[in-house]
Design a protein around this ligand. Structure first.
Ligand SMILES: *Cc1c(COP(=O)(O)O)cnc(C)c1O
Length: 376
């Protein structure tokens, strides 16, 4: 279907994605393999579309959150390593083998469970360096090393996760540096015991961007690969330019006038303080526009900022386009992306909704179709 036929859609800028891959690869260095996080439908970008573009750019490893996400990629013909970053129920161990997925060992008793499956499974060992979410404590080198005793585990990697690498205070930096050094210590301890042949990784986007001097075998960028930071105010230490991959757009369905004192939408939460021109747009919270942006957010129409007025509905919302000349049905409303000389970033929209770009993007609905674009 062409763009002309769509009510609400997502545009993916292929060149921006490839640009971000190159930039991140430059920061991590040639000896580090990027393992993009394409979980949660590739942060709303479309997992299959995104993974295919990345595979075309030479990326061979991917991170997902669940076995089902890995199966989707395999069904779409994605080869190479797919690492499941979270817990998989024993009832799905068959799928790990059938689809050649790499499972994270989330704690030491789980290694036992994986091995008890009875057939070889490929795993990465999770190590907890202070986030206290998943992994075997890094301080317990014996427990980490003991995972290698299980005959049915083919251990190809070991990893940890940073929890304040986006922070820039001295305390946050010290915490992150301690996490990294504890991770290096446990790697060294394993080597001393003769355990080798596994790859190590600890950095996500902010680990890469704020600790670029730290080198590991792999890195797991998510949000940065999509060309955005979590919040508009975030600053990073690496010298990179990231280019947003995703735009979110919808059509104006109709334009109407409101007289002073008239109200609009569910709950009548908006009342015109004079004569206003409203545009009803074909997108709502089911498309991924947070309802919390009711009477708060805005979109770009014909290069102008148009405030969202009234409550956002499931499938529609209302913009005040009084100041926008010539608006008519069929016009584009841009929620994330560029219009004229103006731009709304995902982080900006997320902040307005009281969240971060990661959440906003990963909650974009299935309904808007993803369309890939390239400028070349
Ligand atoms: C989601 C996730 C990532 C990617 O995080 P970003 O901050 O988006 O780069 C990396 N590692 C783990 C374990 C994750 O859960």
């Amino acid at each position: 279907m062409s763009v002309e036929k769509r009510r609400a859609w997502i545009e993916l800028d292929e060149d921006s994605l490839l640009h971000n891959v190159r930039e991140l690869q430059r920061v991590v260095g040639r000896d580090c393999r990027l393992m993009p996080a394409v979980k949660a439908n590739a942060y709303g970008h479309g997992d299959v579309e995104t993974a295919r573009l990345l595979a075309g750019a030479g990326i061979s490893d991917f991170c997902v959150a669940s076995a089902d996400e890995g199966i989707r990629l395999r069904a779409a013909g994605i080869s190479g390593q797919i690492l499941i970053l979270g817990y998989t129920l024993p009832a799905q161990f068959d799928a790990l083998r059938e689809y050649d997925l790499t499972q994270t060992v989330v704690e030491d008793s789980y290694a036992q469970e994986l091995s008890a499956y009875g057939r070889e499974l490929r795993v990465h060992v999770g190590v907890d360096t202070g986030m206290h979410r998943l992994g075997i404590p890094a301080s317990d080198a014996d427990a980490v090393a003991s995972v290698w005793r299980f005959p049915n585990l083919k251990i190809t990697g070991m990893f940890s996760h940073l929890c304040v690498s986006d922070g820039t205070t001295e305390e946050e930096r010290r915490y992150t540096e301690k996490q990294i050094s504890d991770f290096r210590k446990v790697i060294g301890e394993l080597r001393r015991r003769g355990i080798r042949g596994f790859e190590s990784h600890i950095q996500g986007s902010y680990g890469i961007l704020n600790y670029p001097e730290e080198k590991f075998d792999c890195a797991r960028p998510g949000i940065a690969l999509y060309g955005v930071l979590s919040l508009p105010s975030d600053r990073v230490r690496a010298d990179v330019t990231l280019s947003p991959v995703l735009s979110l757009k919808a059509r104006v369905g109709c334009v109407r006038m409101l007289k002073e004192g008239e109200s609009a939408g569910y709950g009548l939460t908006y009342t015109a303080d004079g004569e206003r021109k409203l545009a009803i747009v074909c997108a709502g919270y089911a498309d991924g526009i947070p309802r919390s942006l009711s009477n708060r957010g805005y979109a770009l129409v014909r290069g102008y900022r148009a405030p969202i007025v009234g409550r956002i509905c499931m499938d529609q919302l209302t913009l005040d386009v009084t100041e926008v000349p010539g608006v008519r049905a069929g016009d584009e409303a841009v929620f994330i992306g560029k219009s004229g000389g103006r731009e709304i970033g995902a982080a900006e929209m997320a902040e307005c909704a009281g969240t971060i770009s990661n959440e906003l993007l990963s909650r974009l609905g299935q309904r808007p179709e993803r369309i890939c674009f390239t400028h070349i």
